[in-house]
Write a protein that binds this ligand. Structure first.
Ligand SMILES: [Zn+2]
Length: 274
């Protein structure tokens, strides 16, 4: 042990009960607080994460971004004030996700976009990014979601497609196949942030749920709400469709959590109620 390591151990006192959690890219961890006290705060991946109280226990929700490099990361807990601070350190070992890989071959003209299309795609992405960053003054006491529609998952989260040998961006959400006109329900209370018509995504809605949680719905047939509208869990706000670049009616559902793209399934109350 070198001198530097000794100093480091003196500065950071690691409690004996520190826990190591296992996670995959795209997971959402629920981590019980190892310490109590006022001003309880948790940090991981250089961000703060929301803490909720359930059955008398404080539990942090931490999103593991799809693109997090497999490695071990710290979860730092603090509570108290300047006069008396409590600290604890948990760890999370992030593994590479086991995601679907597929290869397709298409005619060259079908695999690329013209200049105008690329400009539209960029503007669309900027609008979605802006929605992700919009603070929403809503607080769900336990942000477990319900399915927005029920159907077959036609493309799983993070599926990786290669078109003519070139990797496309991994699939940023879940595709749920359902007939055109199927009602789409808010999976959690929230505020409508964006209603737009986009080149690839077709008719799209973004909803902010507070605590850095935003959900996105694409390829919609019809939208029944406007930006600013407040929704309760289960409220119908749109219809499934096949607008934009889509090969058949389905709902593309994405979840963004404090900047992390996570698998929507990992935000559900139960992921086997499909
Ligand atoms: Zn999709």
């Amino acid at each position: 042990m070198n001198f530097f390591m000794i100093i480091l151990l003196l500065l950071v006192t690691i409690p004996a009960w520190a826990t190591t959690y296992q996670a995959e890219q795209g997971d959402v961890l629920r981590v019980p607080a190892p310490i109590q006290g006022n001003n309880l705060h948790v940090q991981a991946f250089n961000k703060s994460w929301p803490i909720y109280k359930k059955d008398g226990q404080y539990i942090a929700w931490i999103g593991i971004h799809l693109k997090t490099k497999p490695a071990t990361y710290h979860i730092q807990w603090t509570s108290g004030n300047a006069a008396s601070v409590s600290q604890a350190l948990d760890k999370v070992e992030v593994q590479k996700g086991k995601f679907r890989i597929s290869h397709i071959t298409v005619e060259k003209k079908m695999s690329s976009f013209d200049k105008e299309a690329i400009q539209r795609i960029r503007a669309d992405q900027a609008a979605i990014k802006k929605a992700y960053k919009t603070p929403v003054n809503i607080h769900n006491s336990w942000p477990a979601m319900t399915w927005p529609v029920k159907g077959i998952i036609s493309t799983p989260f993070a599926a990786q497609r290669y078109v003519n040998g070139n990797a496309r961006s991994p699939h940023s959400g879940l595709d749920i196949a359902a007939p055109t006109g199927t009602p789409v329900k808010a999976p959690l209370a929230g505020k409508v942030l964006l209603v737009a018509n986009m080149f690839l995504n077709g008719t799209l809605v973004a909803i902010g749920h507070g605590d850095g949680i935003t959900t996105v719905y694409a390829h919609l047939n019809k939208v029944l709400v406007k930006p600013g509208d407040i929704l309760q869990q289960g409220d119908v706000f749109a219809e499934v469709g096949s607008t934009g670049r889509s090969t058949g009616p389905h709902l593309h559902w994405g979840v963004h959590f404090e900047g992390a793209k996570v698998n929507p399934k990992n935000m559900l109350i139960s992921n086997n109620i499909q």
